[in-house]
Design a protein. Sequence first.
Length: 146
Amino acid sequence: MAADSPALDILLVEDNAGDVQLIREMIKERCLSLNLLHVRDGLEALAFLRKEAPYGQAPGPRLIFLDLNLPRKDGWELLDHLKSHPDWRRIPVVVLTTSRSEHDIRRAYDAHANCVINKPLDYERFLSVWGVVSSFWFETVMLPPL
């Protein structure tokens, strides 16, 4: 992403405050021109995407990072909803999970996740993985237009 480009709006659906903070730090450390929009669960994500209160002025995200283990409406339900909706199905969804289960990985791809990334538990590995993720999604990929 060019330095003179406007900030890219990405939606992070994550209930773990520590993970949210780590991702914010990675964005700042890598000097990425990103507008990280954050909601804590699937119901908030749907309200955000529908521009319901309190998200009436929310921008449309160009990319969604989705944790699967969420309260209220979990990531599995949200992923199914996103990929079956005509206005949202083109938004790439990056699944973030601590699971290494082949069943979970297969299920995420069957639900049309664009990729599945194992969330590292230690800080150094998290930094390394985020570097690869940000290089790919923010410097290499051409995201669909809104």
